[in-house]
Design a protein around this ligand. Sequence first.
Ligand code: ATP
Length: 687
Amino acid sequence: MPANVVSQSSRPGLLDKKFKSLGLEYDFDFVLHLPLRYEDETAIHKISQIYPGMSVQLEGVVTHSEVIFKPRKQLLATFKDDTGQISLRWIHFYPSQQKMLEKGGLIRIRGEVRGSSMWGFELIHPKISKAGEALPKTLTPVYPTTEGLAQPSIRKAVLAALSRTVLDDTLPEVIQQKYQLPDFAQAIQALHHPAVGTDPESLTQKLHPAWLRIKFDELLAQQLALAAARAARQQKKSFPMSLKPGKLAASLLAGLEFSLTAAQKKVIDEINHDLQQAYPMHRLLQGDVGSGKTVVAAMAAATALENGFQVAIMAPTEILAEQHFIKMKKWFDPLGIEVAWLSGSLRAKAKQEAVDSIANGKARLVIGTQALIQKNVDFQLLGLMIVDEQHRFGVGQRLSLSRKGEHLLQNQYMVPHQLNMSATPIPRSLAMTFLADLEVSVIDELPPGRTPVITKLFSDNRRDELLAHVRHEVKKGRQVYWVCPLVEESEVLQLQTAVDTHARLQEELTDVRSGLLHGRLNTQEKAKVMGDFVRHDLDLLVATTVIEVGVDVPNASLMIIEHAERFGLAQLHQLRGRVGRGQANSVCVLLYQQPLSKVAAQRLKAMYETTDGFEIARRDLEQRGPGEFLGVKQSGLALMRFADIEADYLIVEKAREAARELRENYPDAVARHLHRWMRGKEDYIRT
Ligand SMILES: Nc1ncnc2c1ncn2[C@@H]1O[C@H](COP(=O)(O)OP(=O)(O)OP(=O)(O)O)[C@@H](O)[C@H]1O
């Protein structure tokens, strides 16, 4: 057991286990175990002053007590002080309590007043103690606890930890003054044992200046940790690339059927800047659905390829990876670059061939799923890895790919450059708090000529109207997606629903060529259906959410999402993003079934009101909270205990600024602060 583990009990093992289940192990854990609320035990009240709902503490005598059995067994007593009398009642009680009441004499009781002045006040299950004991001088804390761990035990342990811990301030006085922060030790004291008269609301709502200090310190630690992670990355070595050759990138550009938007050019410049550094790039490329991230990735790949490195593109689903493969092949084949494909579902022979050509360097650009991080895959010289939909991968998976590119060169480990892509925009507040270790590029402009998708909300009973709409669109030479409902409870049921929907639509729309795409099809079957749709051999694609990301058929102009109320906001936005990718006016119909829950109604309303991915992301964050939003134990979310990144946005900004100042001018303070707040949590900030 570490030396400073608190153990105050006669059965330390058991108590320590309970503390541990609350995350309390070291003294400083107890110091930061802050109360949920407070009780005021600093005064003795008089019965004549009390009112219902009031927490009271009274001293007086029990004049009568009895156990009654109707309507059930309970212990009743009458309690009196020099101003009046009230009833006490216990539904569960021990004989010892009963005895204590019978004994008479002056006692102190505590509890919440119930009843009315007309029928008389009573306290249910009041706490009893000896009269005349010294009263506390501060409010009494009520801590978060767990079953079997009573408040007095936690209070005692916290008090002991506080007395043993030196709470010196980690921040220099100038910083405290600049950001108007109370002293740390005083803040901690004020939260555990607030002075009488402190507004309890300001404490429980976490608005008291003492709370400001704690939240500030927490956010500051996070910013410092992320900055440290970034600095550590910059100490690592990567392959500085040259932009000089330029021919491959130029030929790629010349072959495109469109010219790049200003936003695409800007982010390509940002990426190229990173690729020229001798430390690894770690950049997140954000762009709304359909904003044209793929070609940006291709341009980054061109730079690395031209410098003699291999490039890997990893995507979370086969369909998405395959879409990338098709595009990259189309772009790079004519330029003499060998593009390889690797996925789990490849036959053994084809897989071996792919693995071999990756290892011997024949394959220059490798595209695939998680299969890329399997043990037997070795690159000859991986210089750039591109991870699409990065938030769908765990930190570990991204690290594994990165390790495949690690190279010992002149006794120095070289780490490949990394470009992460995401079509789920991350709200600014989240990005600032959690992704401070990433450089962020945003494609904030859609290719020209796009008209925003019009979103329509239809209740289920207008299905017939929709069928006419589908026919009309197909007649115009356009294509349609029909997304089957999500059945979260069962994959089998979901599959069945998709098959049924397809069969029914085939009957209803005899003149429309339709195909069915779902997760259970094997790769060839999927590729066939998708290929048919891309070539416009199919007019209607009935699909499950496998089409959520990456599918790019600019001729598709109508999307119908059945049971839209079952989908999350980000998912709906992604799905809707499959239309409106070309010049045609597009429509997305969200079919819903009544009754709608309040949250579902809010989601559909958000979809109706905006097509801006960042606004959708903001509302999603509001509805789901950051934990849900970021998914996997991502970039330090678990470090937030006290601050709320949305509500405390202003503190986040201040903490960022302070982190910069501290790093520049007060390295000792940085070390002290990180030591205090980050011990044992280093893993969270590895990215
Ligand atoms: N500058 C441009 N001008 C015109 N069309 C473009 C431009 N850039 C990309 N496109 C086209 O826009 C469509 C969407 O591009 P892309 O597939 O790269 O989007 P994305 O950002 O990956 O979107 P999503 O995340 O929704 O898959 C493609 O058909 C692509 O060819």
